[in-house]
Design a binder for this molecule. Structure first.
Ligand code: XIL
Length: 397
């Protein structure tokens, strides 16, 4: 007997959010709720999950959603989400059914969340991100926060204040300290993991010149990763319960950029800087689907895992030049391999896509219309081969 269910209540998060408890108690509670609803003649709403019959049977052994298959493997399956689409039934039901975590695609970034000058609460606009947090809570999902320090989507009042000379390092230091602390405190107990610093390195492993680092920066210009360290210390002080991540792109392979991040992670861990993990964005295309790249990706994740840092795949998408069946098949193979590499890496705990439907992917605009079709669901919310290959990889023994 298979039955749809309101919410999959099969996972609880421990107080320090570090261990996922996949308890028999919760499974029993979930089955009980569904059976009770059925007995009352109520039909379940929103989302669905496979509830196992008390009688064992061959059809009951495999989770039928990405979310449940991830839970069985202790990997959180997530998606970036946008609150403006939550009113669309297919968007909301797919998000809640298939994903155990959401991450605001834009709404927690500095510019959107802190659009007005000043350090008091009236300078902030939490409501769009709060809508996503509420949706997550209603559907028993976790929330990953993104991001506190980034060179893009900085508020206009910050960049214009820097341009006019109104803000120098001392002012920027206070602006960023206060920003991190206010946002982290607002979401304490709601956001379990944060991208504290995003994309701070250049491809050659040097620090990117940004408003926060050296242009003019928060007072650590020319001092390498010290400003990053400062951001992590502020975030930890504001919410000691959240896991703190450094997040970047083009870091899948072993290369000069991932080497620099590895060196920073090793240094931070050895000195007790509160860095819990590294986010690997994994915005790739079919060129990444080759033996050399995938082997390098696996070795790279392994070396970070050996350091003891948690690994989150944070923004996975596989951009295509066209939406034909052959491209979809190749894309599915890429998704399969990335999923397998996460599963085989001991500390890889999150596998998250950047959006989930081709209807709302950032790739077409980012690539100026040259690429698209990057996600596991098509623009009509139908499952693509990439969905099937990901689910199969998660279900594999
Ligand atoms: C992107 C969003 O998807 C777009 O909607 C927005 O216009 C620009 O930012 N790396 C990141 C994400 O860390 O924040 C970016 O998100 C994609 C690249």
């Amino acid at each position: 007997m298979l039955r749809s269910c309101i919410v999959c209540e099969d996972m609880a998060v421990s107080p320090d959010s570090s261990r996922l408890i996949n308890g028999a108690r919760a499974s029993r509670a979930r089955a009980w709720i569904c059976v009770s609803l059925a007995l009352l003649g109520l039909s379940p709403i929103a989302g669905s999950c496979q509830v196992r019959s008390p009688l064992p049977g061959p059809a009951s052994t495999q989770a039928a959603t990405l979310r449940d298959a991830g839970i069985a493997k202790h990997v959180v399956i997530g998606a970036a989400a946008d609150p403006s689409h939550l009113g669309e039934m297919a968007y909301a039901t797919t998000l809640a059914r298939e994903f155990q975590q959401l991450e605001p695609e834009n709404q927690m970034k500095f510019g959107p969340v802190h659009p007005r000058p000043g350090n008091d609460l009236s300078a902030y606009d939490f409501s769009p991100a709060d809508q996503l947090v509420t949706f997550a809570q209603q559907h028993n999902m976790m929330v990953r926060g993104h991001c506190m320090v980034w060179h893009q989507q900085v508020a206009g009042w910050v960049t214009s204040g820097v341009a006019s000379g109104k803000f120098g390092p001392a002012e920027l230091n206070e602006i960023l300290r206060s920003h991190i602390s206010t946002v982290a405190q607002h979401y304490a107990g709601k956001v379990w993991a944060w991208d504290v610093v995003n994309e701070a390195f250049n491809d050659d492993g040097t620090l990117r010149s940004t408003v926060w680092y050296d242009a003019p920066g928060i007072g650590f210009a020319g001092k390498g990763t010290e400003y990053i360290e400062q951001a992590f210390r502020w975030a930890h002080a504001a919410d000691p319960g959240a896991k703190l991540f450094y997040n970047d792109y083009d870091t899948e392979r072993i290369n000069t950029k991932s080497d620099a991040i590895y060196a920073m992670a090793k240094d931070f861990r050895s000195r007790g800087v509160p860095l819990d993990g590294i986010g690997f964005q994994v915005h790739v295309n079919l060129k990444f689907n080759n033996a050399e790249a995938m082997a390098s990706f696996a070795r790279n994740l392994k070396r970070f895992s050996d350091l003891g840092v948690e690994i989150h795949i944070t923004e996975l998408d596989v951009a295509l030049d066209s939406g034909d069946p052959a491209s979809f098949a190749a894309q599915a193979d890429g998704y399969r391999k990335v999923t397998q590499i996460c599963l085989q890496t001991p500390t890889c705990r999150v596998l998250q896509t950047w959006g989930f439907t081709d209807k709302y992917s950032w790739i077409p605009s980012y690539s100026h219309g040259k690429q698209g079709w990057a996600l596991p669901f098509d623009a009509h919310y139908s499952k693509k081969p990439a969905y099937d290959s990901t689910l199969k990889a998660l279900q594999a023994p």
